[in-house]
Design a protein around this ligand. Structure first.
Ligand code: MLT
Length: 307
């Protein structure tokens, strides 16, 4: 009997196609509770997820599971330690959505600096705020990229046409990489104090929790733009609220926590607020699907397919 792979998420059908071509029995059902799915598909040996929460209780419903792939960069929704304790391998799809997030960060910078969102809202409301909404340009400015992994580096590349000066904070970046992008590695303090635009690209870890603190926010240039397309946990929201009372800084937020949807207090600190759209491009979805399917297929012994 062919091995079963469960895809309980809205992912490009490229994943299903690859896996079926490689002989797997694939069940793709988005929006159905995993507890429900386990009633008929508890025999799944592989699983590909996006934002579905894989808690110990859910993992236990699939006793044959050998591999889980998260079609995304972070593992935040999976209890990795528990999965590993059950001999389940957990993988992600690094790089699959990097370009989508890097492009989003550029869009956030320009939208914030040129007041596109406020311009749209006010014009629709019958106002004409041309005079009030004078913005500023990205070209020639100093950009601070906090976290210089796949996404940070692609952002640097995409920004090259804007003749910007690049400051980078990343304890692990090599001199060669810095030279490749003409970037200078500085402390987080120097990056925050010296940049006109700051883009966060760090993972959420114990070390980065609330790393964007009162001290860093207070040191920002007046009128600077802070873009967070990374993770909600890395910014101290209460600190941002306080600092914004006395200082003009702009916050473009793509990491508004879903559980807090509709919470006006959180909304008030954000000049732009999106429902975590960073990876939501057609291309990123396909890349992640292809990568995830190949990882599952390879892990379960059926090799990879070129797509
Ligand atoms: C990721 O971890 O890949 C991103 O946060 C994108 C997402 O989950 O939608």
């Amino acid at each position: 009997m062919s091995q079963k792979v469960l895809i309980p998420t809205k992912l490009s059908t490229a994943a299903k196609d690859i896996l079926e071509n490689n002989g797997f029995n694939v069940v793709q059902e988005a929006g159905v509770d995993l507890v429900e799915l386990a009633k008929t598909h508890s025999d799944a040996e592989g699983m590909i997820v996006r934002s579905e929460k894989l808690t110990p209780e859910v993992i236990d419903l699939f006793p044959n599971l050998k591999v889980i792939v998260r079609a995304g960069a972070g593992y935040n929704t999976i209890d990795i330690q528990y999965a590993r304790s059950k001999d389940i391998t957990v993988m992600n799809t690094p790089g699959a959505n990097s370009n989508a997030v890097a492009e989003e960060a550029v869009g956030m910078m320009i939208s914030c600096a040129r007041f596109f969102i406020e311009g749209d809202r006010s014009t629709r409301a019958g106002e004409w705020k041309k005079a009030q909404l004078q913005g500023f340009e990205l070209t020639g400015k100093t950009i601070g990229i906090a976290g210089f992994g796949n996404i940070g580096q692609l952002l640097a590349k995409r920004l090259s046409g804007f003749d910007v000066k690049l400051l980078v904070f990343d304890p692990f970046v090599s001199e060669d990489k810095l030279a490749e992008y003409g970037a200078k590695n500085v402390s987080l303090e120097e990056l925050f104090a010296g940049s006109d635009f700051i883009s966060l690209h760090m993972p959420a870890t114990k070390e980065t929790a609330n790393i964007v603190s009162t001290k860093l926010l207070t040191s920002m240039k007046d009128g600077a733009v802070l873009v967070n397309c990374a993770r909600y946990e890395i910014l101290d929201e209460a600190a941002l609220r306080e600092v914004k009372k006395t200082k003009t800084i702009y916050y473009a937020n793509d990491v508004y926590p879903k559980d807090a949807a509709g919470d006006k207090t959180i909304a008030d600190v954000s000049d732009i607020m999106l429902p975590h759209l960073g990876a939501s491009s057609l291309e990123a979805n396909t890349n992640a699907a292809v990568m995830a399917a190949n990882q599952v297929s390879n892990y379960l012994g059926k090799g990879i397919s070129v797509f």
